[in-house]
Design a protein around this ligand. Structure first.
Ligand SMILES: Cc1cc2nc3c(=O)[nH]c(=O)nc-3n(C[C@H](O)[C@H](O)[C@H](O)COP(=O)(O)O)c2cc1C
Length: 368
C-alpha cells in the first residue's frame, strides 16, 4: 500500500509538521488566576509524547474577563507568562512536538462555573463571577445574563490585549498561534447576526460584522514572527436559520487568507442555545470541504473523527489537509501510534519508549 496520506509531512511557513494529526485545543479549567500549574505539565506532557504533528494548548484568555471560567488559562499578565514559560520549558526538554496556543476571549459566554460543577453562569456580584462583554447586550440564552456592549474604547483594549498576548506567546517560543473565532465566543459573536446587532461600523452587513475579528487577526499576525503560522478556528455555521452560515464563512475565510492567515480550522456551532447540530461521525467534514474549495491555504477538519481509516479518508480524498482530535486523543493519547501501526505509517516516539514496539509492527517507530 502507498504511504498513508495521514503520515505525510507538511510545512507551513517555516514550521514542519511530521504528519496530519493535530491535537485540538481542550480547556482543562484547572488554572488559578489564569496560571498554568503541574496539572498542565502532566496533561500537556503526556500529549507531547503522542506522535501527533501539533499540540494545541487550550483556549487562553487575553483578558481576565475573557475567561470562560475562573479555571481558564490566561496570558494577560507577567505571572501568567512566567507560569506558562516554566511549563513549556519542561515539555521542551523532552519533546520537540510543535506547540500552538489558542488565544481567546469568551465575550458573553464568560463568567461560568466549570463544566463538572454544572457550568452555570455567575452574576458579576458572585465571588466567582464578573461582568461579561459582547458586541450587543444580548444574552446567550434566557438563563444567562446580558453582556455589556463593548464601546469603541473597550474594543481597542480587547484588540490590544490580543496583540500583547500574542507577543508573550512569541516570547515563550510557541510555533503557532491560533485565534479562536468559533464556538460562540467573542469573535464569533461579532460574526453572527444573532449576537451582533450593532448599528455602528462593526454591525449590520457581513463586511461590518467581520471588521472586528479581522482587525484582531491583523493585530495577532503582526505581533507573531513572520516565519511562524497563524491559524484561525471558525464555526462555519451556527446551525440556526438566520445565523452565520457556510456561505458567509467562506467569505470570511477568503478575507483571512488575503490577510496572511495560514490555516483555518473548521468547526461549528456554540453561538445559539437553540442550535440543531446533526452530530455523528465526521459531521463537520462537509463544512471543511466547502471552505477548502474556496481557499488555497490548508484546512483542518474536526469533530467525531475517531477511526484510523476515517481520518485517512478525510485527508486522502482531499476533504481537508489535516485532522484535529479532541475527545479521541484524551481517550487514547497514543492514537497516532495506533493509527500509524494500522495504516502502515511511521511515528516518532521518545527514545525511552522505543522498546515498546510490538514485533508485528516492525519499523513503526522512527529513530533520529
Ligand atoms: C474537554 C474539552 C475541552 C475543549 N476545549 C476547547 C477549547 O479550549 N477551544 C476550542 O476551540 N474547542 C474546545 N473543545 C472542542 C474541541 O477542540 C473539538 O473541536 C470538539 O471536541 C470536537 O472534536 P472531537 O469530536 O474530536 O472531540 C473542547 C472539547 C473538549 C472535549
Amino acid at each position: 500500500m502507498a504511504r498513508p496520506k495521514l503520515f505525510t509531512p507538511i510545512k507551513i511557513r517555516n514550521v514542519s509538521f511530521a504528519n496530519r494529526i493535530i491535537i485540538a485545543p481542550m480547556c482543562q479549567y484547572s488554572a488559578k488566576d489564569g496560571n498554568m500549574n503541574d496539572w498542565h505539565l502532566i496533561h500537556l506532557g503526556k500529549l507531547s509524547l503522542s506522535g501527533a504533528a501539533l499540540l494545541t494548548i487550550e483556549a487562553t484568555a487575553v483578558l481576565p474577563e475573557g475567561r470562560i471560567t475562573y479555571g481558564d488559562l490566561g496570558l494577560y499578565c507577567d505571572q501568567n507568562y512566567a507560569a506558562m514559560s516554566l511549563t513549556l520549558e519542561s515539555i521542551r526538554r523532552w519533546s520537540d512536538i510543535p506547540i500552538a496556543i489558542q488565544l481567546s476571549h469568551a465575550g458573553r459566554k464568560a463568567s461560568t462555573e466549570v463544566p463538572w460543577k454544572g457550568g452555570g453562569q455567575f452574576a458579576p456580584t458572585h465571588a466567582l463571577g464578573w461582568q461579561t462583554y459582547g458586541p450587543s447586550a444580548l444574552p446567550y440564552s434566557d438563563d444567562q445574563l446580558a453582556p455589556v456592549a463593548l464601546d469603541k474604547e473597550r474594543l481597542r483594549q480587547v484588540r490590544d490585549a490580543f496583540g500583547s498576548a500574542t507577543a508573550r506567546a512569541a516570547k515563550i517560543g510557541f510555533d503557532v498561534v491560533q485565534l479562536h473565532a468559533a464556538h460562540g465566543y467573542l469573535l464569533h459573536q461579532f460574526l453572527s447576526p444573532l449576537s451582533n446587532q450593532r448599528s455602528d461600523e462593526y454591525g449590520g452587513s457581513l463586511k461590518n460584522r467581520m471588521r472586528f475579528p479581522l482587525e484582531v487577526f491583523d493585530t495577532v499576525r503582526s505581533s507573531f514572527p513572520p516565519d511562524k503560522p497563524v491559524s484561525v478556528r471558525i464555526s462555519a455555521t451556527d446551525w440556526v436559520d438566520g445565523g452565520l452560515n457556510v456561505e458567509q464563512s467562506v467569505l470570511f475565510a477568503k478575507e483571512l487568507e488575503r490577510r496572511g492567515c495560514d490555516v483555518i480550522h473548521v468547526s461549528s456551532g456554540g453561538l445559539y442555545h437553540a442550535q440543531k447540530i446533526p452530530v455523528g461521525p465526521s459531521y463537520q467534514v462537509p463544512l471543511a470541504r466547502e471552505v477548502r474549495r474556496s481557499v488555497k491555504i490548508p484546512i483542518v477538519a474536526v469533530g467525531l473523527i475517531t477511526g484510523y481509516e476515517q481520518a485517512e479518508a478525510i485527508v486522502g480524498t482531499g476533504d481537508a489537509d489535516m485532522v484535529a482530535l479532541a475527545r479521541t486523543i484524551l481517550f487514547d493519547p497514543n492514537w497516532p501510534w495506533h493509527a500509524a501501526a494500522e495504516l502502515g505509517g511511521k511515528v516518532r516516539v521518545p527514545n525511552q519508549y522505543l522498546r515498546s514496539q510490538p514485533n508485528r509492527y516492525r519499523d513503526l517507530f522512527e529513530t533520529e
